[in-house]
Ligand binder design. Structure first.
Ligand SMILES: Cc1cc2nc3c(=O)[nH]c(=O)nc-3n(C[C@H](O)[C@H](O)[C@H](O)COP(=O)(O)O)c2cc1C
Length: 182
């Protein structure tokens, strides 16, 4: 059996839209591939900013939680990031989770899905550059989901309605991800 694909949520803030959007994205993945998916909430992986005395590229890891995070990513067949754009970048909690590891990302097939007022393209470009740096293999398609002003101000989000036009590109991106899994 193939190892699960981790879908890592980029946002950890209170009242985030991320769980809802991630479930919607995961639904497209499940419908368009035969892969198994596991959603990862970084609030359940409270990786401190200052707990590792060695650089991850050298090791060893001091914290049992870092080792568990390492095992989690190592055992994944691929990773999908579903993340908002924050101030033209991606959330600090996501960078911290990436930076706790190094070799674990090498060769990992990765799909980046972003959202924001204009789809989060600047966030996607930054995260793609970081994934290149850790030698992951990114899907070339990076779907961006546009949030309307009223949704960013608290109106109820209906992903099926708001993001309907993005279903085909997300399905294509998942298909590309699946083709990269050995
Ligand atoms: C700290 C912060 C910075 C933001 N910066 C941007 C931005 O650069 N571009 C954008 O389109 N939206 C930006 N937004 C709006 C977010 O896209 C929107 O609030 C979204 O719901 C955040 O995802 P989350 O609710 O899952 O945390 C920002 C939101 C926050 C909280």
């Amino acid at each position: 059996m193939t190892s699960p694909v981790l879908i890592i949520m980029g946002s950890v803030r209170a009242n985030r839209l991320c769980p809802q959007i991630t479930r919607w994205v995961a639904g497209i993945g499940r419908a368009s591939t035969s892969l198994e998916y596991e959603i990862i909430d970084l609030t359940q992986w409270s990786l401190p900013m200052d707990d590792e005395p060695h650089i991850p590229a050298v090791g060893p890891y001091a914290s049992a939680l870092t080792q568990a995070w390492s095992d989690k990513v190592t055992n994944a067949s691929a990773v999908v990031f579903v993340t908002p754009q924050y101030n033209w970048g991606y959330p600090a909690a996501l960078k911290n989770a990436v930076d706790h590891l190094y070799r674990e990302w090498h060769g990992k097939p990765v799909l980046i899905v972003t959202y924001g007022g204009h789809g989060g393209g600047k966030c996607a470009a930054q995260l793609k550059q970081v994934m290149d740096g850790v030698k992951a293999k990114s899907v070339t398609l990076m779907p961006g989901l546009e949030l309307s002003d009223d949704i960013m101000r608290g109106a109820v989000l209906n992903s099926d309605v708001q993001f309907a036009a993005k279903v085909p590109i997300i399905a294509d991106a998942f298909a590309q991800l699946a083709s990269m899994i050995r």
